[in-house]
Design a protein around this ligand. Structure first.
Ligand code: SF4
Length: 133
C-alpha cells in the first residue's frame, strides 16, 4: 500500500464524498482496511498513491493539480515534515496515526489545507478534532 502525505489527513475527515463513485468506493475500502489492520506497512509517498489510483485527476500517473506552489505535492511534503516522516519511508499505519495525534494541530492543518476544495466543508478539521479527543 502506498499513501501520499496529505491523504493521511483526508482519510480522517472522509465522509463518503469524492470525485466520483469509483473514487469514493476505493477510498472507503482503503480506509476500512487500514482501520482494521492498523499494523499494515505503508510506503509513504509524495506522488500518486492507492487512493489516487481511481481518481479522475490522475492522468498518466500524475495528479493534474499538483505541479504548482501550494499544490497537493507541497501539501504532502509540508504534512510529512510536521509528522517527522520521510518521503519513501515504510511505516505502520498506527504509527502514522500516533504521529498525527502528537504533532498535527488544527492551526497547522488550516495553514496547509485552507485552499483545498474539500477543506471548507469542515469535515477535515472535525476528523483531527475527533482523533485528538
Ligand atoms: S486530486 Fe490528485 S492527489 Fe487527490 S486523489 Fe486525485 S490524483 Fe490523488
Amino acid at each position: 500500500m502506498e499513501i501520499r502525505g496529505h491523504h493521511f489527513l483526508c482519510m480522517l475527515g472522509f465522509r463518503g464524498l469524492g470525485y466520483n463513485e469509483k473514487f469514493v468506493k476505493n477510498m472507503d475500502e482503503i480506509i476500512r482496511k487500514l482501520n482494521n489492520e492498523q499494523d499494515m506497512l505503508i510506503k509513504v509517498v509524495d506522488n500518486v498513491d492507492n487512493i489516487c489510483s481511481m481518481c479522475p485527476n490522475n492522468v498518466g500517473e500524475e495528479c493534474k493539480i499538483e505541479s504548482y506552489l501550494g499544490s497537493v505535492r507541497e501539501k504532502d511534503r509540508a504534512i510529512l515534515k510536521i509528522l517527522g516522516i520521510e518521503v519513501g519511508e515504510v511505516v505502520r499505519y498506527k504509527d502514522v496515526v500516533d504521529k498525527i495525534k502528537e504533532n498535527m494541530t488544527e492551526e497547522k492543518m488550516m495553514n496547509i489545507c485552507k485552499d483545498c476544495e474539500w477543506f471548507s466543508l469542515g469535515y477535515c478539521l472535525e476528523g483531527i478534532r475527533k482523533l485528538k479527543g
